[in-house]
Design a protein around this ligand. Structure first.
Ligand SMILES: Nc1nc2c(ncn2[C@@H]2O[C@H](COP(=O)(O)OP(=O)(O)OP(=O)(O)O)[C@@H](O)[C@H]2O)c(=O)[nH]1
Ligand SMILES: [Ca+2]
Length: 497
């Protein structure tokens, strides 16, 4: 017993100096690791915001985007946090009462005022971009278009955001920014992955944009948009077909059938049993068809459905010109188009229509798509209405035409075949943000996509913390070993002094 007590008394670990050193050592290491972790811990997120109004031909929508305040430059970080559909038609429909165009926007802007924190209001950029509806109004009556913009600007300036202007986007911009949106949200740009082409079907125009190896812009400079994003160069092919959005295409198809101004048209693109009296002046009230207005036609015509897909496709085909092409290859209307390449994302009306028809799954062969469309178009109008009681009648009446138009545009217009049709994905949103030109437009105007790849820290955060912890532990072990001379000399058989 006394021997054991002796050993205890002589144990140098129990001397005050070593105890103090050890405690200080442990505290220092804990402090080192804590400071390293705290200093580099991601801070509680603060967000910045941007607002874009998409003033389309059929309606206006407001989108709010948010991104972490500290890191503007990272891809995939800007997200849509609110979308608001403006009540009523597109701003171009207010040509005769422009103030109403401004007023129509206020409800969604009020929502934006609530959504964006007050202290961020004045620094939040607000953009309005108008597309094909205003392009057409501008062609038809440029002073009316100016007045609509004045009214809209006045309304937007009343809100506390940083208003950056309202303007008409060119067709190239609309196509190219749709492509940027899709590829940004898919993280394909920063990671330099194969890009996805963008197919946008609006009410008054439609866009196709993609990167193709055999396109450098020299064949057709008007269709070329060059981007340098994250250190990579892209030669984008893009084309916007004015008057080939689904509403204007429907007018063109009806105009094909009313050339002689008949009192009744038997339309294969509408369901059997559908019949409506329509005004010639309303049908031809668009620069897309106004020059074709039949002379001496009655005021109205009887629009009667016949429900026949293949005959509908024949009429739809007639709104395209496939005969002339001065380039190596064309889509239609003498427009150059390089060879289709890569996957495609098809959004807006492509999605609305194909989703309604249960045809968004592109593994369904094209032949089956046409079979199903044939069956759908042949369904009597009364039965269609019964099967879809909640659907707006205007939309419901047009799905047969719209589905036929989409299939015809894709296959006869853009030359998709049974082989590459499955490369198309019908999409509405990507990771919570709507597919469309607005996000790409904002990213471009706020310089949020850098031309060069941003420098990233050599180690990710988790790796950094692990390395600091391992080094600290090593230092601790070394420290303990440095105290070795003070260690008790233990042997298997302690000698009794
Ligand atoms: N079925 C259906 N159609 C819709 C819906 N929303 C819009 N549409 C129609 O789809 C077409 C395209 O809509 P958008 O993409 O909003 O077109 P837009 O932006 O107004 O027109 P552009 O200026 O040509 O781009 C129009 O004919 C709309 O009336 C919807 O929820 N369901
Ligand atoms: Ca649109």
């Amino acid at each position: 017993m006394s021997a054991q007590r002796d050993m205890k008394e002589k144990n140098p670990w129990h001397t005050p100096v070593t105890i103090i050193f050890s405690v200080i050592g442990v505290i220092a290491i804990v402090a080192l690791v804590t400071v390293a972790v705290l200093q580099n811990r991601p801070l509680p997120q603060k967000y910045k915001y941007g607002i874009v109004l998409d003033a389309g031909s059929s309606h206006t929508a407001l989108y709010i985007y948010e991104w972490p305040a500290e890191k503007d430059n990272n891809t995939g970080r800007v997200e849509q946090t609110l979308s608001c559909k403006v009540d009523g038609p597109g701003i171009s429909s207010y040509a005769s009462a422009p103030w109403k165009a401004g007023k129509s926007l206020t409800k969604c802007l009020e929502q934006a005022r609530q959504k964006v924190p007050v202290k961020r209001h004045s620094e939040t950029p607000l953009y309005l971009g108008a597309t094909a509806g205003m392009r057409l109004l501008n062609l038809e009556d440029s002073s009316a278009s100016t007045k609509v913009f004045q009214a809209v600007e006045e309304a937007l300036q009343k809100f506390p955001f940083s208003f950056q202007g309202a303007r008409i986007l060119s067709g190239q911009e609309e196509g190219a920014f749709g492509w940027v949106t899709v590829n940004y949200l898919d993280d394909r740009l920063e990671q330099n992955l194969q890009t996805r082409g963008a197919l946008d079907l609006g009410g008054a125009s439609t866009q196709i944009s993609f990167v193709s190896d055999n396109f450098d812009g020299s064949d057709s400079p008007d269709n070329a948009v060059a981007f340098r994003l994250y250190g990579n160069d892209y030669n984008l092919y893009t084309h916007s077909f004015l008057c080939y959005g689904k509403d204007q295409a429907l007018r063109k198809t009806l105009a094909q059938q009313t050339k002689s101004g008949p009192g009744t048209i038997l339309d294969p693109c509408f369901h059997p049993g559908y019949t409506e009296t329509k005004n010639y002046s309303v049908l031809y009230d668009s620069p897309c068809v106004s020059d074709r207005k039949p002379q001496g036609a009655p005021a109205t015509f009887n629009h009667t459905g016949k429900g026949n897909f293949s005959r509908c496709q024949e009429v739809v085909k007639r709104i395209f010109n496939f005969t002339e092409c001065k380039y190596s290859q064309c889509s239609f209307n003498e427009v150059f188009q390089p060879r289709l390449q890569g996957p495609f994302g098809a959004f807006s009306a492509y999605y609305f229509v194909m989703n309604f028809l249960n045809l968004t799954d592109t593994s369904i062969p094209l032949e089956v798509v046409t079979e199903r469309l044939s069956r759908y178009c042949a369904t009597p109008w009364n039965q269609v209405k019964e099967q879809h009681p909640g659907v707006k009648l205007k939309y419901l009446a047009e799905y047969c035409f719209s589905g036929t138009y989409i299939v015809t545009l894709l296959t006869k217009g853009y030359n998709f075949t049974s082989e590459n049709y499955p490369n198309i994905k019908f999409i509405k949103k990507i990771k919570g943000s709507d597919a469309g030109w607005t996000l790409g437009y904002m990213l471009n105007l706020t310089n949020m996509i850098p031309a060069e790849a941003p420098d990233s820290p050599p180690l990710p955060y988790a790796g950094y913390v692990s390395i600091v912890t391992v080094i600290a532990l090593l230092l601790f072990v070394l420290f303990i070993f440095s105290l070795r001379p003070l260690w008790p000399r233990c042997s298997k058989h302690p000698q009794i002094i």
